[in-house]
Design a protein around this ligand. Structure first.
Ligand code: KG4
Ligand code: ZN
Length: 350
């Protein structure tokens, strides 16, 4: 009943000149809360990372992540409000990641968001984490507008999408198995590079030569991709050298892995732009911080007259500003407006 009343406020709020959204993100190992004005102006974006806690386990331990979100969330919230220099009554709506992610971790953010929206008597907006990543581009490039092709590369997703409008996505292709970030992280772990492996591979690859061929891209003509075969091939290569007591050429493996992981994604996303006749290509997700991908995609796309957009580095990985931004566009289109029954969901379609 209470939320039914609040839902009626949505159209009035969406007509306001300035709309302030508080975003909440707890899908993995970052507890983040942000305040964003009109979808693009970040007033605060507090990120409390648990990376140091999970590093000793070689990856994120879900139960440990949930407990640490519980411990961090109130402080993160208070800092976000303080830094934005607003009163609680200035917040027009609360946007929260409800999926995809670790279920226990998501539940912390969703419960907090529900309580806050209820207490402040304002709308609650459910946000898809992956669509949130795409909005990091709207914050970085104030004039960027859809339509465009989106290349989503994170620890849990790899997809090529037709972003027809802010809330209207068509998935052209996705990974048939592992995500590209997962592949990088697992290989890095086998090489003893620690967690998260992506940034470490990024750094080491710069000093290596891409002189090892691991697999063939059997999905050349599709927008889908696959990274499990590549991951296994690299791990087998490392194990076989270890058995033979030979030196592991870590830097060359990193460079070769980046080549094989990213070149097909670069080709496919440019082909998607040409097929849809778009001149804009936006990259999103944690792996969009990768320097090989940034340099090579830009270079190849420019040859075809396509402009490439990458979020600024601090917005590539998980943060709540991107969630608040997505919440803003959902609010304007009256989508994702939720009530006290909103549940966290570990796996949701794009
Ligand atoms: O988007 P994100 O923060 O979390 C998910 O939603 O999955 O992405 C995390 C992923 C991890 O796999 C991490 O290794 C990768 O992003 N990553 C990178 C880089 N920075 C983060 N991968 C390659 N190069 C980087 N510089
Ligand atoms: Zn993410």
């Amino acid at each position: 009943m209470y939320f039914e009343e609040v839902k009626k406020k949505v159209s009035k709020i969406s007509k306001k000149k300035d709309i302030i959204i508080l975003g909440i993100e707890t899908s993995c190992d970052e507890t983040s809360i942000a305040v964003v004005k009109n979808g693009r102006e970040v007033m605060s974006n507090i990120i409390s990372s648990q990376i140091d806690i999970h590093t000793r386990f070689g990856g994120v331990v879900p139960e440990v992540a949930s407990r640490n979100h519980v411990m961090a969330i109130v402080n993160v919230f208070e800092s976000a409000i303080r830094e934005a220099k607003i009163e609680l009554t200035d917040i027009d709506a609360v946007a929260v990641t409800y999926g995809a992610g670790l279920i226990g971790a998501l539940m912390v953010g969703v419960c907090f968001a529900k309580s806050l929206a209820y207490a402040l008597n304002i709308p609650l907006i459910a946000v898809n984490h992956i669509r949130g990543h795409m909005c990091a581009n709207f914050i970085t490039y104030k004039d960027l507008t859809p339509p465009f092709i989106g290349l989503i590369v994170s620890g849990g997703h790899s997809a090529i999408v037709n972003v027809k409008d802010y809330t209207n996505y068509e998935v052209l292709g996705s990974t048939l198995d592992d995500a590209v970030g997962e592949c990088l992280d697992k290989v890095a772990r086998v090489m003893g590079l620690g967690y998260p492996g992506g940034p470490k591979i990024d750094k080491l690859a710069k000093e290596g030569k891409a002189n090892i061929k691991f697999t063939k891209d059997s999905l050349k003509n599709s927008f889908d991709s696959s990274f499990s075969g590549l991951k296994t091939a690299v791990i087998n290569y490392i194990h076989s050298l270890t058995q033979k007591k030979k030196e592991i050429p870590i830097k060359d493996i990193c460079a070769s892995l980046e080549n094989e992981a990213f070149l097909p994604l670069i080709k496919k996303s440019i082909r998607a732009c040409k097929e849809k006749n778009y001149s804009k290509l936006c990259v999103a997700g944690g792996v969009s911080a990768n320097s090989f991908l940034r340099e090579n995609l830009k270079k190849e796309a420019e040859k075809e007259g396509i402009n490439v957009y990458f979020p600024e580095l601090k917005l590539c990985t998980d943060n709540a500003a991107m969630i608040a931004s997505m919440g803003y566009y959902n609010l304007l289109e009256n989508k994702g407006i939720s009530d006290i029954n909103l549940d966290a969901v570990s796996s949701i379609p794009l």
